[in-house]
Ligand binder design. Structure first.
Ligand code: NAI
Length: 334
């Protein structure tokens, strides 16, 4: 039997994974706590630590998991910037879910964008209060506008297709452009020409704060920025300054660089200690969702299925597991 310590469990995770908990092949220990240096000991007796986007799997955590007999870290998400994959090499195998529903994320990006530009969030609140005034609700047509997409991978490409449906011109920046007929351009030109910029590249040392004060200075006045990728892609202080100076017309944020201790929990009734996030949320042209883009039934079922297959594959195959990240750490075979 493979024993899995499941960190940062939410109700919706449990619902999707419970069907695989047959206690003969696979047994889950669902833990509500995040995986940290202090909680790593809870994985003692487990073969696998199953983690999510904000479980910080750093060196100390890896050492503790390893010392407690854990063999595999199973990320139930695509991004793995929160795991020190290189350090884990030779101790713990790391698997992830490369794609679960890229449609879920791309559709959420468009949902936020439409909500923001057509002021749906404001109209919803007004009409609930029987306020039928249209003042301040003027948006703009998407048709004919230019959208800059950074990262034309699985999610970016679906977002591009959705934008095409609106009759938008699409500029693309990708560090590894595929030989296709997308209109690839330099990042600076994308910044200068786009009415809307949507981020769909991974967070790496190179992409951290790719949207900073310098980048914002090179953008069109009134640009709308959409981030459903990772918070660290944006220097939040620079974003806030851009909003205050009216350079940025609106921001749609499903992710935030300091989200780890805030998102996914009900903090209503508490005083939020993060002044930057509070200020952003107070802005009339900022929409924040708390890392919700993936949250569809299809995506949750797919995450559960692929994670379970990844785990089984690690214990069945002596070679590399399915969806193992080790080949990307550059140390395979050493
Ligand atoms: P993907 O790997 O299919 O595509 C990423 C693209 O970014 C690739 O085309 C790659 O060439 C490009 N890229 C890599 N380095 C780059 C750089 N320095 N500059 C520009 N482009 C670069 O990944 P996928 O599935 O499309 O996911 C994209 C991101 O979305 C993930 O990294 C993850 O952070 C985020 N995500 C967010 C979710 C949410 O719920 N908000 C859920 C799932 C993913």
């Amino acid at each position: 039997m493979i024993r899995v310590a499941f960190f940062d469990t939410k109700e919706y995770d449990r619902a999707a994974f419970a069907q695989y908990d047959d206690r003969s092949l696979l047994a889950f220990k669902f833990l509500e706590t995040r995986l940290t240096e202090d909680t790593a000991a809870l994985a003692k007796g487990s073969d696998v630590a199953c983690v999510f986007v904000n479980d910080a799997v750093n060196r100390a955590v890896i050492d503790r998991l390893y010392a407690n007999g854990v063999q595999v870290i199973a990320l139930r998400c695509a991004g793995y910037n929160n795991v020190d994959v290189k350090y884990a090499f030779g101790k713990l195998r790391v698997v992830h879910v490369p794609a679960y529903s890229p449609h879920a994320v791309a559709e959420h990006a468009m949902a936020m964008l439409l909500t923001s530009v057509r002021r749906i969030h404001k109209a919803y609140n007004r009409t609930r209060d029987f306020n039928f005034s249209l003042n301040g609700l003027t948006g703009f047509d998407f048709y004919g506008k230019t959208v800059g997409v950074i990262g034309a991978g699985k999610i970016g490409r679906i977002f591009i297709d959705i934008c095409r449906g609106f009759g938008m011109r699409i500029l693309v920046y990708d560090k590894y452009p595929a030989g296709d007929n997308l209109e690839y351009t330099a990042l600076e030109k994308l910044f200068a020409c786009s009415d809307i910029i949507s981020l769909h590249c991974p967070l790496t040392d190179e992409t951290r704060h790719m949207i900073d004060a310098g980048a914002i200075a090179g953008m069109k006045k009134g640009v709308v920025i959409v981030n459903t990728s990772r918070g660290g892609l944006i220097d939040t202080e620079a974003l806030l300054a851009g909003i205050k100076s009216r350079k940025i017309g609106a921001a749609c944020l499903d992710v935030y660089e300091e989200e780890a201790d805030i998102f996914f929990e009900d903090r209503s009734g508490h005083i939020l200690n993060d002044d930057l996030l509070s200020r952003l949320i107070s802005m009339p042209n900022v929409i924040v969702t708390s890392h919700q883009a993936f949250l569809t039934e299809e995506a949750l079922n797919s995450i559960a299925e692929v994670t379970v297959n990844n785990i089984r594959s690690c214990f069945v195959n002596s070679g590399r597991c399915e969806n193992e990240l080790c080949d990307r750490c550059g140390r395979i075979g050493q």
